[in-house]
Design a protein around this ligand. Structure first.
Ligand SMILES: Cc1cc2nc3c(=O)[nH]c(=O)nc-3n(C[C@H](O)[C@H](O)[C@H](O)COP(=O)(O)O)c2cc1C
Ligand SMILES: O=C(O)C(=O)c1ccccc1
Length: 371
């Protein structure tokens, strides 16, 4: 497979996807200022390598919340993989498990979490337990929310990633222009079956699994996080933290890790690039919980910059979707391979022996003059 970098997989994906579905995956909120900012901000950070350190070939592995990862890159949750490829989340899960990469499985997946977990188990090398986390949109219907948490636990998910940047859905003007608001016939959110939805009650639950049944509620609060803590022993990760006061509140509320994210620019437009928010969040939490970052990670050098600014690991959203659309499981595997090779090369060139060896001394701004 002849893809030189993540960008070429996006091009391949664009060539095969229905343009309406490409727009859904690629797009963001309103003017897409944040979508562009996430990638642009990485390009404004310079790397200054150290020399002659005899660091040898780097080890890439790391551990987050007890999960062993073959590299500090995870898969962020993305909805609706069946729009990208018929094997959908099954293919994504196999590629991630085979690569020793943690997959955060989206609540709005088009394959049920039990089936995703089964695929991951089949693909994990040497029968190892694959690393699968579950992304949750807390539903005002706590009975449903508890039921889906139990399903995730029973399926073997080892953390709950609670998305907290979505008290409402962002305004996706591409989807409006394309009149894309629902999955095509034959595709369902398989985790939502049995969820009674507004306006669907007359169907008596038989015709369930529609995305419009999910509630992105502005009434979700810290009380719900406390409630989740009560009902589950799984570590809780908050996804979508951008304000240092919220980072502090999260630590005080017993949250186990933070995922610094602006939802890939798909929620509130004009939120700053995540990499630019990372230092202030790191300052706020003072190492009390691990920090993860997503948004615009496309290169091994991006991963190094995030590590240098305080992240324990990074995550990718769209790149995995591009790989899936371009070539199914092999395409996702190729994306992970590319990032692994780029990270290995960049760590070596920086004189670092491991991700843990990366510090802020490697960083400067691209604009000179430098001090
Ligand atoms: C097509 C698509 C679907 C997404 N679906 C979800 C979702 O269901 N839940 C969620 O928490 N985040 C979702 N996200 C956000 C990602 O988890 C992640 O924050 C973002 O994609 C990272 O930015 P990147 O795409 O630049 O890597 C989605 C993103 C995309 C592109
Ligand atoms: O597309 C998204 O980013 C996403 O998170 C979502 C939320 C609600 C319905 C469908 C997708």
């Amino acid at each position: 497979m002849d893809y030189a970098n993540v960008r070429s997989l996006e091009e391949a994906a664009r060539a095969v996807l229905d343009p309406v579905h490409y727009d859904y995956f690629a797009g963001g909120a309103q003017d897409e200022i944040t979508v562009a900012a996430n990638e642009a901000a990485f390009a404004r950070i310079g790397l200054v390598p150290r020399i002659l350190r005899g660091a040898a070939r780097p080890r890439l592995g790391t551990t987050v919340l007890g999960a062993e990862m073959s590299m500090p890159v995870m898969l962020s949750p993305t909805a609706f993989h069946k729009l990208a490829h018929p094997e959908a989340e099954r293919a994504t899960a196999r590629a991630a498990a085979a690569a020793g990469v943690t997959m955060i499985s989206a609540m709005l997946s088009t394959v049920a979490i039990e089936d995703i977990a089964a695929e991951a188990r089949k693909a994990a090398p040497g029968g190892a337990e694959p690393s699968l986390w579950f992304q949750l949109y807390v539903q005002p219907d706590l009975g449903f929310t508890e039921a889906i948490v139990r399903r995730a636990e029973a399926a073997g998910c080892r953390a709950l990633v609670v998305t907290v940047d979505s008290p409402a859905l962002g305004r996706h003007e591409r989807n409006d222009r394309n009149d894309f608001h629902d999955l095509p016939p034959g595709m369902r959110c398989e985790n939502l079956r049995e969820l009674p939805g507004e306006g669907l009650r007359d169907l008596g639950g038989r015709d369930s699994g529609h995305v419009r049944q999910v509630v992105l509620s502005p009434e979700i609060s810290w009380d719900h996080i406390a409630w989740l803590r009560q009902i589950s022993d799984l570590p809780i990760v908050l996804k979508g933290v951008l304000h240092p006061r919220d980072a502090r509140l999260a630590v005080e509320n017993g949250v186990d890790a933070l995922l610094v994210s602006n939802h890939g620019g798909r929620q509130l437009d004009t939120t700053p690039a995540t990499i630019d928010r990372l230092p202030i969040i790191a300052e706020a939490v003072q190492g009390q919980v691990p920090l993860l970052l997503d948004g615009g990670v496309r290169r091994g050098t991006d991963v190094i910059k995030a590590l240098a600014l305080g992240a324990t690991a990074t995550a990718i959203g769209r790149p995995a979707v591009w790989g899936l659309a371009a070539a199914g499981e092999a395409g996702v595997a190729r994306v992970l391979d590319l990032l692994r090779n780029e990270l290995d090369n960049a760590l070596t060139l920086c004189g670092c022996a491991s991700p843990q060896d990366v510090t802020a001394e490697l960083l400067t701004t691209m604009e000179g003059p430098h001090q």
